[in-house]
Write a protein that binds this ligand. Structure first.
Ligand SMILES: Cc1cc2nc3c(=O)[nH]c(=O)nc-3n(C[C@H](O)[C@H](O)[C@H](O)COP(=O)(O)OP(=O)(O)OC[C@H]3O[C@@H](n4cnc5c(N)ncnc54)[C@H](O)[C@@H]3O)c2cc1C
Length: 349
């Protein structure tokens, strides 16, 4: 008798859906996985992200979970970084200065033991930014954190992950899924990775946009990331990303010239040569905000038949979906393994 394969659908092909699908297909034997998504790379929010691997705008998600996810993400990123062709799929090491003003409450990020390196900035490092203060005699940025981390450029990483997924037998289907109920009876497990739209299918009202606008410039001389106040400078492999905005509940996806000016003024105060760089493009994306990342199991039914569907929600990653993606995918794998070893889908295997 032929073995029946476990059927999994991953809804969404941004960084959260693609990492979930790849981690599952690489780890579970005898599985039939389909990514169903309305949009694929290069047209997802993930594609426009700055790709900096560091937590940002994650609501009040439990700190220990964030720490665990970042820790696991870094394990995967390191594995990918060690591959001979990692440059082609947009993963690289990056050092960063994260600057704080004197009056800012210095809540030192508790990642010293997790990041590749993290430590308080020295006074000579802080002096590098004295000319970016309004007064020459006084340095505006009096505190800061030095970090070594990765960047993961989704415009290159997503095509690579999809190719890896397909090469292991994964299927993709371009389709909108308005309700998870329509998948009952067709799949054993569904992973809900629809980003900003994910809440719709589970009546979750708490998902909201956090509008982000960025420049991409050609400035190959900038090799170091800087975050300061609302502004950030993140070198990628062939451009530098300048941000940004974090406007809650703003659905406008058009470039706003006022934001453009604010970003250019703020970033060129930090690194003056930015003004002379060629602008590659400007872009606006809506981060999938939520009071906390939703990564949990739910069982849904259609209310008519006895059929049930195991759902794993994985959405609401705000401004750090790329950062948390592999770590969350690893936890999705744990949930799928729990479901497999329970009675729910055992009979199919
Ligand atoms: C300007 C900006 C800069 C950022 N910089 C960083 C950064 O430096 N580092 C970082 O970690 N994060 C960053 N982020 C955040 C990051 O981009 C997001 O957290 C991440 O992209 C979320 O990934 P996702 O897969 O959940 O969503 P998305 O990329 O939006 O993917 C959602 C997927 O679901 C599909 N979908 C939606 N609805 C349906 C439906 N009804 N049926 C079928 N498919 C559907 C979509 O088509 C898409 O494929 C940034 C975001 C912005 C806007």
């Amino acid at each position: 008798m032929s073995e029946k394969k476990l059927k999994i659908a991953v809804i969404g092909a941004g960084i959260i859906g693609c990492t979930s699908a790849v981690v599952l297909i690489e780890s579970i034997p005898n599985v039939d996985i389909t990514i169903i998504s309305e949009k694929f790379t290069p047209n997802t929010t993930s594609d426009g992200s700055g790709g900096l691997i560091y937590p940002y705008l994650s609501g009040s998600t439990d700190r220990q979970r964030i720490r665990k996810w970042i820790n696991n993400s870094l394990v995967y990123l390191n594995k990918y970084y060690q591959l001979p062709d990692s440059g082609k799929f947009g993963i690289g090491l990056l050092s960063m200065y994260y600057l704080l003003e004197d009056e800012e409450v210095f809540d030192y990020p508790d990642f010293d033991d997790i990041m590749i390196s993290q430590r308080p900035m020295t006074s000579s490092e802080l002096k590098q930014f004295s000319s970016s203060s309004s007064s020459e005699s006084q340095n505006k940025w009096t505190k800061g954190v030095y970090v070594t981390t990765y960047y993961a450029e989704c415009r290159k990483l997503l095509p690579y992950l999809l190719q890896q997924f397909k090469s292991k037998g994964g299927k993709v289907c371009q389709q909108r899924v308005d309700s998870l109920q329509q998948l009952i009876g067709k799949y054993d497990i569904v992973i809900n990775c629809r980003g900003l739209e994910a809440g719709k299918c589970s009546a979750d009202q708490s998902v909201h946009p956090i509008r982000g606008q960025v420049y991409r410039i050609s400035a190959p001389w900038i090799k170091h990331s800087v975050m300061a106040g609302n502004h950030y400078i993140v070198p990628n492999s062939d451009c530098v990303v300048l941000g940004g905005t974090k406007q809650l509940n703003n659905w406008d996806t058009m470039v706003d010239p006022k934001d453009s000016k604010d970003i250019m003024d703020g970033c060129s105060q930090l690194i003056p040569s930015i003004r002379a760089a060629q602008v590659v493009n400007e872009w606006v994306g809506l981060r999938p905000g939520r009071h906390e990342v939703r990564l949990e199991r739910e069982v849904i039914s259609d209310g008519q038949s006895n059929n049930q569907l195991q759902v794993i929600h994985n959405y609401g990653h705000g401004g750090c979906g790329v950062t948390l993606s592999f770590g969350c995918a690893h936890e999705v794998l744990d949930y799928v393994q729990q479901i497999i070893s329970s009675n729910n889908v055992k009979s199919r295997l």
